[in-house]
Design a protein around this ligand. Structure first.
Ligand SMILES: [Zn+2]
Length: 326
């Protein structure tokens, strides 16, 4: 009798422990919001139009809301609600340019942004076997870093997987450099939000100018699993619009010719641009390498050979860009 009771208590304790672990995982790895990279568009589907010929427009109605949430396990629902920041962003307009838009010329240091990370895991899908976007982007970023180093570039990883300065540190460094800090933008109570990430990139850029920034991501469109391929985004109306477009165009050509997949380059206007492409004071592109929601693409994301080839293609593109920039 005593042993049965002990066993019963043990079962209860195990259940409690399991429940707390599940809730912990939900907090740490809740569904990501690609839209955190957008401004004031919390529910907008970042994947964009499903066909290459369809042009993105500002007036396009918001697509399927929160696509990445669709794929999240039920236990993550609470975390999604908790981590979604309130949209308190004031109307956003291009700022007066108060930085040297040519500072990137002459630099051979590449800033690599492994999309998402820390409390923001990014997207996932049933084809990724529990792996989240932040893990894939970090692995690809490390490969790109190593390849670029081999080719003689200096590299800086925006996210190193270990630590990141807090909002206060970033803000005080920025102010010391005479940069304008929009408190509403950085104080989202969301670790490593795209604003902090971008402001930190700009702070580092003021110290040692970067040649360019490349932000790596994995795409997601559960409502159309047949959609696959690469998408490249760049802002067309910030201080470094022209070199950003040049870089994006070169990447587009290289990916298309090396992989023969659908590639879409999207030159977005200020109001529709990703935060990391418009607020950065350097040529900047965001590359959605492949779709986690397409079974073939998802397989490639785990294929070492494909990863290496993809990174080589990006490095080839950067080589060509560096030889063509002003
Ligand atoms: Zn992403």
């Amino acid at each position: 009798m005593k042993s049965l009771r002990a066993r019963f208590i043990a079962i209860i304790l195990t259940a409690i422990l399991a429940a707390s672990l599940i809730s912990c995982a939900a907090t740490v790895s809740g569904p990501g919001k690609e839209s955190l990279y957008r401004e004031g568009e919390i529910e907008t589907d970042p994947a964009g139009p499903a066909t290459e010929t369809e042009l993105p427009t500002d007036t396009e109605p918001a697509a399927v809301p929160a696509t990445e949430t669709d794929t999240a396990p039920a236990t993550d629902t609470g975390a999604a609600t908790e981590t979604e920041p309130a949209d308190t962003t004031p109307p956003d307009v291009p700022p007066e340019i108060n930085y040297d838009v040519n500072a990137h010329l002459g630099s051979n240091t590449v800033l690599i942004d492994a999309g998402h990370g820390y409390a923001d895991p990014g997207c996932t899908s049933k084809y990724l076997g529990g792996v989240y976007e932040m893990t894939i982007t970090y692995d690809m970023a490390c490969l790109l870093r190593d390849e670029l180093n081999k080719r003689g570039y200096q590299t800086v990883m925006l996210r190193d997987g270990e630590s990141f300065p807090n909002e206060g540190e970033i803000a005080s460094r920025a102010r010391a450099l005479g940069m304008t800090v929009k408190e509403n933008n950085i104080n989202e109570n969301y670790i490593f939000h795209a604003y902090e990430r971008t402001l930190w990139a700009d702070v580092m850029n003021r110290d040692t100018p970067f040649a360019l920034m490349i932000s790596l991501h994995v795409n997601s469109l559960p409502s159309a699993e047949e959609v696959r391929g690469t998408e490249i985004y760049h802002c067309v109306d910030n201080g470094c619009a022209a070199p950003s477009e040049l870089l994006a165009t070169i990447i587009e050509e290289h990916v298309r010719s090396d992989f023969g997949v659908r590639v879409r380059r999207d030159g977005t206007v200020w109001s529709d641009s990703y935060i990391v492409t418009k607020w950065t004071e350097m040529p900047s592109v965001l590359v959605e390498m492949a779709y986690s929601t397409n079974p073939d693409d998802a397989k490639l994301l785990f294929d070492e050979e494909w990863r290496k080839e993809y990174v080589d293609t990006l490095a080839d593109s950067i080589d060509e860009y560096m030889s063509k920039r002003g």
